[in-house]
Design a protein around this ligand. Sequence first.
Ligand code: MP5
Length: 219
Amino acid sequence: MSFCASSLERVKPLWDRMLAHPFLAQTRDGTIPDETFATWMQQDYLFVEAAIPFIAALIPRAPREHWTPHADVIAAFAKELELFEERAATVGVNLRGVPPAFVNHAYIQFLLATAANEAYEVGYTVLYAAEKSYHESWKVVKSGIDPGSKWFPFVENWAGEQFGAYVSYLEAELDGLAREAGEGLRKRMYDFFELTVKYEIAFWEMALGGAAWPGTEEA
Ligand code: MP5
């Protein structure tokens, strides 16, 4: 079995929990409170911003044939930030000066530390796991959301065909990298795949529960 298929199989219970997350169900069903969705928007805007230096940090150790795809991804992330800015302006959400939530801060540090300290294959695993998670999560939302929803542009962005093709490309490339990897490296790739899925679940959980840092909320 390919690396990606067996990674997904290994984390199946976690993966199913992620896709069953109430944030996704409530967004699909149109019952998500505006302020809850706004928390996700504010936090994910910071996450996508940080994903740009993450990709950039992967490039020095990337094989030559990955340079242009990574550069294209950086450009795509910059366009994604414009989508957040457009939606935020339309619905009246402030994206400026918002501090990262604890989980978001940790996830961002995890991305940057992985790119800086781990083998390229491990960084690429994290990239694939995060993108695959978002594609499948937003497909859950797409399965029932009113196309007239003010949140529909986000659905189109991550659940659409173009993003799906990009995720398929990442999958094929990652399977190729894993085929060439030794056992120790492949084990680390599995571990980081699972960690990334756990961060994804924690991120939805944070969006639903609020962005305050644990133990710091005013009484
Ligand atoms: C992605 C994201 C997808 N925007 N947010 C989280 C928490 N995980 C994954 O990454 P991108 O940069 O939007 O394609």
